[in-house]
Ligand binder design. Structure first.
Ligand SMILES: Cc1cc2nc3c(=O)[nH]c(=O)nc-3n(C[C@H](O)[C@H](O)[C@H](O)COP(=O)(O)OP(=O)(O)OC[C@H]3O[C@@H](n4cnc5c(N)ncnc54)[C@H](O)[C@@H]3O)c2cc1C
Length: 342
């Protein structure tokens, strides 16, 4: 029977980053990934400055670096220019391949096309018939996590998302649209990539039905003049149902732990930090992990603001307009908010 010190389920950013941080410490580590190809994931492909500070991606992997943002509400439109990039865009497949290459260089084994179908107290069972003994088990298997199910933790807070990849060879556009008429408490995004824009939105289906969300989104696309006749449609849920991450010797990281932001849907940063946090706890025991505390605080603030928006009903647009008005007239506040998000 195969035996490993650490079995990581899922080769997304969380699992790969965790493996990277565990490498070189004499542990036998195995990553199991159900897909044949690492990195394929429905995503807008937006990275913030803090993601890039952790990943240090080579320039060749970055599709666009955005220094200009456009925020729009029902009443205002605000363009801002920054000295440092506020958004980097990447192709998720290329990001996954690059991260996998980095951990393989460090001698870590990745088994693709291998889905974990069952877990018990010291083994995982795969759809390829393997039974693998673990000492530490890491659930890095995203929103449908089998490791989370093994821990008996449900997922109730999910964002239903949908986006189009629209062919585009014009000026790169990075836009955030906050308008309750179209997006309820959420927002519409436009992220620039090489030769296409990713234009999407979503929301929590407990408050607006997916059918209604999509209908409003299409009205908005039409109003904005986006031509979707040659676009590719994609949809996937995001979990923001956080219920803990350290269940030593089992850890949940990234979206398996529900660590995405309910407000923005951002999840790569949280995946990287939690991956590193799990590695720290495995290597050093129950030490404090301040970066993880910061991520939990960051998510809490955003999720609380989302609650306010959900409860504010007809005043939602007034809140969006008030915030944008403040940002337009107060440069210091605008820079602080931008720093917070980037
Ligand atoms: C439409 C959309 C747009 C988004 N845009 C952004 C964005 O611009 N910026 C951002 O930061 N975040 C964005 N996100 C969120 C982001 O994609 C996720 O939060 C992030 O990928 C989470 O990383 P992860 O490693 O935890 O999980 P994932 O990236 O989901 O990786 C999990 C991996 O586990 C594998 N797996 C699952 N089950 C098993 C199993 N049983 N056995 C073996 N392997 C398994 C999967 O195949 C997958 O490779 C977006 C999400 C969506 C849906």
């Amino acid at each position: 029977m195969e035996k490993y010190d650490v079995v990581i389920v899922g080769a997304g950013p969380a699992g790969l980053h965790c493996a990277d941080k565990l490498a070189g410490n004499g542990m036998k580590i195995l990553i199991l990934e159900k897909k044949e190809v690492i990195g394929e994931k429905v995503c807008a492909g937006g990275l913030t400055r803090k993601d890039q500070e952790m990943l240090l991606l080579p320039d060749a992997l970055i599709e666009q670096k955005m220094y200009v943002t456009m925020l729009r509400t029902s009443l205002f439109r605000s363009f801002s220019r920054y000295e440092k990039p506020v958004l980097y865009t990447i192709d998720r497949r290329k990001l996954g391949q690059w991260m996998a290459g980095e951990v393989q260089k460090k001698g870590i084994e990745i088994r693709t096309g291998t889905k974990v179908v069952k877990i018990d107290d010291d083994k995982v069972y795969t759809d390829t018939g393997s039974e693998i003994v673990w000492r530490f088990l890491i659930g890095a298997d995203g929103v449908t996590s089998v490791v989370r199910r093994y821990l008996n933790l449900p997922v109730e807070k999910r964002i239903f998302t949908f986006q189009y990849r629209i062919p585009w060879d014009g000026e790169p556009r990075f836009e955030i649209h906050m308008n309750a008429r179209f997006f309820h408490s959420w927002y519409g995004w436009v992220f620039p990539h090489n030769h296409y824009l990713v234009v999407g939105s979503g929301g929590d289906a407990r408050y607006v039905s997916p059918a209604k969300m999509k209908e409003r989104f299409h009205k908005w696309l039409e109003k904005q003049g986006f031509d979707i006749s040659k676009a590719t449609y994609e949809s996937y849920p995001i979990s923001y149902d956080y219920r803990g991450w350290d269940f030593n010797p089992v850890f949940l990281i990234g979206e398996a732990a529900g660590l995405a932001s309910g407000l923005t849907g951002e999840g790569i940063y949280q995946a990287l930090v939690s991956g590193e946090a799990a590695a720290t706890r495995i290597l050093n025991g129950r030490v404090p992990v301040p970066e993880m505390e910061r991520v939990l605080r960051y998510n809490r603030i955003q999720n609380n603001f989302l609650k306010v928006l959900i409860k504010s009903g007809p005043f939602r647009n007034a809140i969006f307009n008030f915030i944008l008005f403040l940002l337009k007239i107060n440069n210091r506040l605008k820079n602080r908010v931008t720093e917070g998000f980037s």
